[in-house]
Design a protein around this ligand. Sequence first.
Ligand SMILES: Cc1ncc(COP(=O)(O)O)c(C=O)c1O
Length: 469
Amino acid sequence: MHPLELTSEPLRRALELAARFASEEIDSLDSQPSADVLGAEDLARTFVEELPTAPRSLEAILERLRPAIRKSFNTAGPGYLAFIPGGGIPSAAIADLIATSTNRYVGVRPPAPALAQIEETAIAWLARIMGYPATAGGILTSGGSLSTLSAIVAARETKLPDDFSKGTIYMSEETHYCVAKAARIAGFRDWQVRRVGLDERRRIDPKALAHAIEMDRMKGLKPFLIIANVGTTNTGAIDDLPRLVSIGRSHSMWIHADAAYGGFFRLADEGPALMPQIEECDSITLDPHKGMFLPYGNGCLLVKNPETLKRAHSMDAEYLHDVRPQESFNFSDLSPELSRDFRGLRLWFPLVLHGVDAFKDAIEEKLMLTRWAHERLRSDSRFEILDEPQLSVIAFRLKGDGPAADLMNEELMRRVNARGRVFLSSTKLDGRYVIRLCVLSFRTHMDRVRDAVTSLRAEADAFMAAEPE
Ligand SMILES: Cc1ncc(COP(=O)(O)O)c(C=O)c1O
């Protein structure tokens, strides 16, 4: 048998070895440091190598991979509170094994209608979670950036089909940079992207937004798209959706919600109240690799009217004429991709296996943990909290202004991270260095969040005398 045709006993043995390797890695996540990149570049250089001609043993390859995995930020571990975590649920990896080893084609529907339906059903479930009607649809992407690109192209083709040279897009100063990047890729010049100021909770200022739109219309420009933040990366701020929807509707604009981070908080009992009227938006970016804890590479774009996505992305090819479905969409009609992985299984399988309530419980726990940590940091007079957390990000710093205070905060975070139990990241808000603590991994529980607070307090002692609480 040719070595590429791995079957029967050798296949089972290889799968067992890989499964053992994966479960050892998962079982040890808790005891691995929250980040370990000391010497990681030296290790990386050992992977600069010639194309192998002879086979190597699977055992040897796995043992070589282990340190490469370990010398990294432990993004799957419970202590990862940096950027936007997610974790990566193992059941999605099991789904991937099945999807990639059976390798069916879902880019167009007729070659595997039931598998394409599994993916469509999973998208419909996400639409339902967000409060969209049954007529809504969407596409699974590799992440929020690609979802946003398709949303901008759909908005452009719907609102300015013939000429978008005067089209303008509105977003807040806190909107994720992937939106401006997507606008550029979609053919807009940087001046066509308007950055609107913030209110005191770092949400877009609706009055300033309405004013900017009016002014641009008076100049003969064509405002056509508003980006609403549903959980900013920096602080988790949620824009005033009802106001944005009302402004957008009065100018016949497309409203896109960037809910890449915040969207899945709608699963919580309090979720719909956190993001009222998100279901009124024309499109929604969601990242299952954040709030649904899937491994990286899982994004979703939902659209209220799937025809808009189709108009923006579909094109005929003669050689595909016998795989045009009658009643449904081909995924290739809804996105820039043709051939793609069967990513629907990665979403459908965990939802069927665990049930949606498991995800709801986990997301509610994240809100509870964030509020707990916020209370502890708020009651410590050495810390300044930038705002009450709207979702699961706490943005804070040791009190003080100027470069010295910034350096002190930088050092505080470095020391906390060096303890190896939790890993925090930072940002700049109004030019000031700010530490962020984001609770979103399904593996993060009270012990780690307590660790984070204890470490912050203990390291803060090194800088200033503790004041009585
Ligand atoms: C609010 C927000 N939007 C969009 C993105 C981009 O998503 P992705 O990294 O999946 O492309 C991110 C990433 O963190 C984000 O936090």
